[in-house]
Design a protein around this ligand. Structure first.
Ligand SMILES: Nc1nc2c(ncn2[C@@H]2O[C@H](COP(=O)(O)OP(=O)(O)OP(=O)(O)O)[C@@H](O)[C@H]2O)c(=O)[nH]1
Ligand SMILES: [Mg+2]
Length: 218
């Protein structure tokens, strides 16, 4: 019974996700779903990214959080449209939550819509929001085992960011082990090693992002 309900939920979610995807495709909006465990640095990366691309692209953000508006407030300081979704305890956003806020944005004018999903490496990977791409952030302080322990997230991702490389010397994180694990799970996954704090490595990430958004517009 419970399994059946789960299937129905995911099936309904998929239908709404396809509607979101089609709506955004028609408006020429590239939709990026940003995911990670709590504290990997999604909001910090978002703030840095917004500061560096807002002159090149018209961007808006959806902030998903279990509670509080803290991340939305951080993003709003950059002067771009932000909508907060509180999931009231749920460990992920779903496609209907996104659908219900889409019309609050000036979609015709947007190039890029970024959603910061709830910090969690499990549930968000299972719920399609209608995004163009999923980007997963892993940080060097989380340990190498997160890739094999949460394989779906890394299989579903269209790009991966290894954040907090400024802390590499203070951790036991192993870059070669990461490369081997990713080769087994998702060969060819674009990967950007960077520090959202110091800005090191941000250029390659931004170049990739801007190129993706522009190719979607053509
Ligand atoms: N040293 C270092 N710290 C970082 C970096 N990026 C983020 N942090 C710190 O990591 C902590 C968590 O960062 P957030 O950006 O809030 O992480 P988050 O993924 O948005 O967290 P949730 O929204 O709670 O899931 C903060 O104290 C950041 O300052 C980085 O590149 N290097
Ligand atoms: Mg955050």
């Amino acid at each position: 019974m419970q399994i059946k309900l789960g299937h129905n939920l995911l099936g309904t979610n998929q239908t709404v996700a396809e509607e979101n995807r089609e709506k955004l495709r028609q408006k020429g909006v590239y939709f990026l779903n940003l995911m990670s465990s709590p504290g990997a640095g999604k909001t910090t990366l978002l703030e840095k990214t917004l500061a560096l691309v807002k002159d090149r692209l018209k961007v808006a953000v959806i902030e998903g959080d279990v509670a509080t508006t803290k991340d939305a407030e951080r993003v709003a300081r950059h002067g771009i449209p932000v909508v907060q979704i509180n999931t009231h305890g749920a460990c992920h956003l779903d496609a209907a939550m996104v659908r219900d806020v889409l019309d609050t944005f000036p979609l015709e004018q947007l190039d890029l819509l970024i959603v910061e999903n709830v910090g969690n490496l499990v549930c968000p990977a299972e719920f399609d929001l209608g995004e163009t791409v999923k980007v997963v952030v892993l940080s060097t302080t989380e340990g190498n085992d997160k890739v094999p322990k949460y394989p779906l997230m890394f299989r579903e991702a269209g790009a991966m960011i290894l954040n907090k490389i400024d802390l590499l010397p203070f951790t036991d994180f192993n870059l070669e082990e990461l490369a081997v694990d990713l080769e087994g799970l998702h060969p060819g996954l674009p990967r950007f090693d960077l520090s959202a704090r110091t800005g090191e490595g941000m250029e390659q990430w931004l170049d990739w992002l801007v190129a993706q958004v522009r190719s979607e517009k053509q």
